[in-house]
Write a new protein. Sequence first.
Length: 560
Amino acid sequence: MTYSVEHLYVNTSDFTDIVAVVGHAGVVRAEYSASGELPIRHPGRLNVFVQALYYTQTGVEPPGPHPLAKHSPPAKHQLSMSTRILSPDGNLFTADQVTLADLERFRDLRGTSQGTWRYETSGVSTPLIVSEGLLVTEGAATVRIAVEETVTSRSAGLLVSSSGGTATTHLYSFDLFRVGQFIAEVRLFGGAISPTARLWLIDPDGAVVASASHGFLAFPVTLRTLDKSRDVNGHVRAWRLEFATTNPTLGESISATVITTTRIPLSMLQQRIDDLLGPNGNKLSIYGENKDGNALCRLKILDEFSAETIDMQSLIDKVLAKNPQDPGVDISNIQKNIVYSIAHHRQDLGHDLTLDVGAIRLTILRVRIGPSQHLQPSIPAITVDVAVHGEIGVDLEGFTLVSLSLKNEFLTLEVGVDVDSTGSIVLRSWITDDPIDIDVRWEAAVALGILTSGLITLGIEGLTAYIQSEVNDKIVNGFRDIVENAILSAPKIMAMLLGGDFTLKSVRIENNAIVIDYVAPVEPDPKANSDYIGVIGRSVMRLGPDIWQLTPPSLGGSWS
């Protein structure tokens, strides 16, 4: 199994970066430029997307008395952009793949990356004459740069895979050099285990070590078992699997592999989570702030260990890349006491409404790991409970027209981990139904006479629906997105626990432990080099091909 991991370095698609319109004396140009660092640390395909838009509209009269004119709808134009990727030595990088060799060029003897990759992009339109009824307006610019890394599973292929045949008995030989549970299955055409197929597993000495009178056979393979798989010279000694069917026309198929199981106590994982977040999440400060035209959800990590762990495990990398950060904030090196943006919404909601999040802060963050309660059938899950103090305000001329708050000040999200048919992790989630109260102070606004004609046209029901869509739903989905992005680091964390990337068969909870079944890899099988001569502390002189003179000719006893 292979899967792809996207390492996202730049992404302005979720916040507005503006194309500028500049000029004088009736002639303007639309232009856009951006540059920055790329913390590239992984090999893979380099994906670069840059788009910068501006708009023109004809038939617009210059200021002053003029007759009414019919003008055309705005026309969208795209700047021709030039984008450069620069490697840490300052040279232009033109390949569409970043290879390990590319990365090794900029690593020291300890394997630490040196220098910084960078990007530069710019574009400018032709001169546009605005004195003849042409209006030029700015548009949005999007820069998205990522490396898509392909991760290959270390799991070995099937030992046996056959659709059977016309004979009643079949014999398959293979090299059994894996540790785990040997599993052989005979399945009918519809996928069910054959109730009549018979199986025998025969070791290299010719002894039957396991048998089954139906289509499923299991046999434990230990490191000691592997001694039978090699002779004294390290040569392969084959095992055999015999399959007998009562009816060759049943369309039975047979497969065999080795499955390894790892158990991780829930208590150990819960302790790691508690150490990371602190009691009720007191190692994190999460609050709202309005800044530079955006309503922001802010994160400050108050503990150095927590910051280093979040950074090492890339728990919020994608979330940070999708949100505008303060100038000088380096999201490639997450640190203690630095303020990060983990969600945002434009402050201007339209209809003369503004979004104010400055009064809210998270007071409790509890994360529990265990069997899912709301997702059924039950699967391993992380449950996140948050308590929030304060309200989000939607203001009109300084008056809070709409306020939003959590019902009972609590919100619960449950995200479960499952495995699909390809052996990849998939997420399933549940969240508290309708968790946010929306309070519209319509009558008070009417009494104050501050409602605009647009709001009056919307009406209280239309305004409520608008706030539901524009604010409420985005808060809920944003919360879900932050948690799911953190949990999507599970393959990387699991690879660290298992010692590599493997094809998963199942993830479940048994006896207060997460149980992970995965397809076993082939065990290391080093071969002796017939030309090897041990030197170890002796002088050596080469006399010819594979002819060496060692002084002294032999080593003394190390125990003497």
